[in-house]
Unconditional design. Structure first.
Length: 341
């Protein structure tokens, strides 16, 4: 059924389709039996799916990655689709429009997406208000970044602002310094600025009576020596884990050269990212002897893809592009298979 729907949806602009589909989902959720229908058709519960990671109990290990519900507008609706957790954001202190449209592009032949959204969001304060009003108790991660207009030397102030605002309404944090779509943002992955940023956030975190887990989201384009630096910093600052990985600027695995040229800059997600993401998960897991929790994201479309990430050392997995291509039953299908594996 979804394959037919997808053929229709893929004829239209991806960003417009996203918001139309979410409006349809909201309408379905708000109908009398809509919520029960969605939960019964797209969710599965089983004690073997539970995972306790960085002190939090997840009902299952399959989450929705950041970028899909940036502004926390659809938490209740999306919680009916079988996810064990939802990561909102990336959120910035001030609202910003992001990059010019079009900025989201499908590559159906390669099961991939290129985006250069640029942290478009309504600002962290708006998200906080919505999170306070949500009805579901699904685990929420808060993915935080800096405004495009904020120079790197003042980036810590943006991350600190978002952290403090979200502290009471999210269950864990993800520090995003790895998006390729905000100018110079990836420079914050360098050793000195990253050490300073994470140290400051952890100091603030530890000043609260009940500190929250903080994770770092990294790029798939890091070298082994850069990964070693990241592991060292994460260990020294006592972060709770790593999210591996963000989108890649590499174009390997994309076959439509003309479409690549028309699309231009942006980060690639989907199947072309699968192998590299798994390699990084395995590298970090082996280097830390499995002691550092990893949330794996990148190229997960099937139960086998999810199991590959978990076998490589991930504690949890996240979906984005796979959700777009496989449809609303993807989390349920993965969870159902994980029970049998």
């Amino acid at each position: 059924m979804y394959n037919l729907v997808k053929k229709i949806l893929f004829k239209y602009d991806p960003e417009e389709v996203h918001y139309k589909v979410m409006k349809w989902l909201t309408k379905a959720y708000n109908v009398g039996i809509g919520k029960r229908y969605l939960e019964s058709n797209y969710s599965i519960k089983h004690s073997s799916l539970e995972r306790k990671v960085f002190g939090i109990t997840f009902k299952n290990p399959v989450g929705l990655a950041a970028g899909f519900d940036k502004d926390a507008k659809f938490i209740d609706e999306l919680s009916c689709l079988g996810f064990g957790f939802i990561e909102i954001g990336t959120l910035t202190p001030r609202p910003q429009d992001g990059n010019e449209k079009p900025r989201l592009f499908r590559f159906p032949m390669d099961a991939a997406i290129i985006n250069r959204m640029g942290f478009n969001n309504e600002g962290v304060d708006a998200a906080v208000l919505r999170l306070k009003q949500r009805k579901t108790n699904i685990i929420i991660g808060g993915n935080i970044g800096k405004n495009k207009s904020t120079p790197n030397e003042k980036a810590i102030e943006d991350y600190e602002y978002c952290f403090k605002k979200l502290f009471d309404v999210v269950d864990y944090f993800v520090v995003n310094v790895s998006s390729p779509n905000t100018p110079n943002l990836r420079e914050l992955q360098e050793k000195e600025p990253l050490q300073a940023l994470l140290t400051q956030l952890q100091n603030i975190n530890l000043s609260y009576p009940n500190p929250k887990p903080i994770l770092l989201k990294i790029a798939p384009d890091l070298t082994d020596s850069q990964l070693d630096d990241v592991i060292d910093i994460v260990t020294k600052t006592r972060l709770s884990g790593i999210v591996a990985t963000n989108t890649t600027i590499v174009r390997e695995g994309l076959s439509d050269i003309q479409l690549i040229e028309r699309t231009g800059a942006g980060g690639v997600s989907g199947k072309p990212l699968k192998q590299r993401s798994t390699e990084i998960v395995r590298y970090i897991s082996e280097k830390t002897k499995g002691t550092l929790p990893i949330i794996a994201v990148g190229g997960i479309f099937t139960p086998e893809d999810a199991k590959e990430k978990l076998d490589a050392g991930a504690s949890l997995v996240q979906l984005y592009t796979g959700f777009i291509y496989q449809g609303p039953a993807i989390a349920k299908n993965i969870c159902k298979s994980l029970i049998q594996f």
